[in-house]
Write a protein that binds this ligand. Structure first.
Ligand SMILES: *Cc1c(COP(=O)(O)O)cnc(C)c1O
Length: 357
């Protein structure tokens, strides 16, 4: 099989060994001579998967038993609704920072559930920077932020010091770098960007943040119901959770967050250095807010785009076409992407410059 350099923004690249283990589990899981896809989620064998998938998140985030981990369906998009539904009191206010398309969608759902205040936004410059220095209202029920703006390629390099419970959509940079997880009341992430395949969403919540809304809760939307059910109130997305577990085990085995943070820094440095050096390309965001996960760039000779496209396709590069809102190119450097793939892209950019500059 030809090696393809996979820069897909999501679902994103997974480690090759994880794909192999996952495919084996589809045929014969745990030496049961049964597929993981055809056994009960209540079986001992699967309960072990769920227990480990939950505990490895707490281990990687270095939090204790005051936090619970859930795997839910519905994508990160369902969390846009579940967060206010579970944390926003009937007469309360929720504070949001708007840093892009996903934050905008989160705000839209929160507004349907209660009073919502957008306390900072970078919409004025098409979400090309991260707002800073805003005041956080002390009487709001929580502050919602998005750590990494997948579409526009910006990332919070520091998190706001929040006097109120801090909630974070970490879908596209979870476990890519060290964060102080204890500063957050709730972290959620659709798995398909940086921690597994599509189909499950991880929610890590501090237990004492729950049960305060005064609202009658629909069972499936109630974190406490899922906590009580051990994340198996209903049939969980068994296979995506298993592959997520394998991916996190791969991360841990290779050196954990400290290791991947270094690798991710090397990858981002290699690509941004080339963007800044190369006379035919430029970055689209404020330099200090550049994302190490999603690198957006344009060529200043758009008429040559088809020529560049030819070159990267010949080099077995895939998935760098920019989001339709930004155009140009977006290279996603998720955890499973090796440095050699970034080097392959840099070489193509250099060859392009040599030929056309
Ligand atoms: C992709 C993405 C989402 C949406 O995830 P779904 O699982 O498709 O609902 C939300 N937030 C961020 C930051 C994302 O990158």
């Amino acid at each position: 099989m030809t090696k393809v350099h996979n820069f897909s923004a999501g679902p994103g690249i997974l480690p090759a060994e994880v794909l192999k283990q996952a495919s084996e589990a589809c045929i014969n899981f745990d030496n049961l001579n049964l597929s993981l896809l055809e056994i009960s989620h209540r079986s001992k064998n699967y309960e072990k998967v769920m227990d480990e998938a939950r505990s490895i998140v707490k281990e990687l985030f270095e939090v204790g038993d005051d936090y619970e981990v859930l795997y839910l369906g519905g994508g990160a998009s369902l969390q846009f609704a579940m967060v206010p539904y579970n944390l926003l009191r009937e007469n309360g206010t929720a504070a949001y920072v708007n840093t892009g398309v996903w934050a905008t969608k989160a705000i839209k759902e929160a507004k349907l559930i209660g009073t919502t205040s957008v306390i900072a936004s970078s919409e004025d410059k098409k979400f090309t920077y991260i707002p800073k220095g805003y005041e956080i209202p002390k009487d709001a029920d929580y502050l919602h932020i998005t750590s990494n703006n997948t579409i526009y390629g910006t990332q919070m390099q520091a998190f706001p010091k929040s006097p109120i419970p801090l909630v974070c959509d970490m879908s596209s940079d979870i476990f890519s770098r060290k964060v102080n997880a204890k500063d957050f009341a709730l972290i959620y992430a659709g798995a398909q960007k940086n921690m597994g395949p599509a189909g499950s969403t991880m929610v890590m919540v501090k237990k004492d943040a729950l049960g305060k809304t005064g609202r009658k809760m629909l069972s499936m939307l109630d974190y406490q119901v899922h906590i009580k059910g051990g994340s198996m109130y209903n049939t969980p997305p068994v296979f995506p959770i298993y592959v997520t577990l394998l991916t996190l085990q791969w991360l841990k085995k290779n050196g954990g967050i400290a290791w991947i943070e270094k690798v991710n820094q090397q990858k981002a440095d290699a690509l941004y250095n080339e963007i800044d050096r190369n006379s035919l390309f430029y970055g689209t965001t404020a330099k200090e807010d550049r994302s190490k996960m999603n690198v957006c760039f344009l060529t200043n000779k758009p008429e040559l785009e088809t020529e560049f496209d030819k070159l990267w396709k010949e080099a077995n590069i895939s998935g760098i076409r920019g989001h339709r809102d930004v155009g140009g190119y977006r290279a996603s450097l998720y955890n499973a992407l090796p440095l050699e793939s970034v080097k392959a892209l840099v070489e193509v950019m250099q060859a392009f410059e040599k030929k056309f500059a």
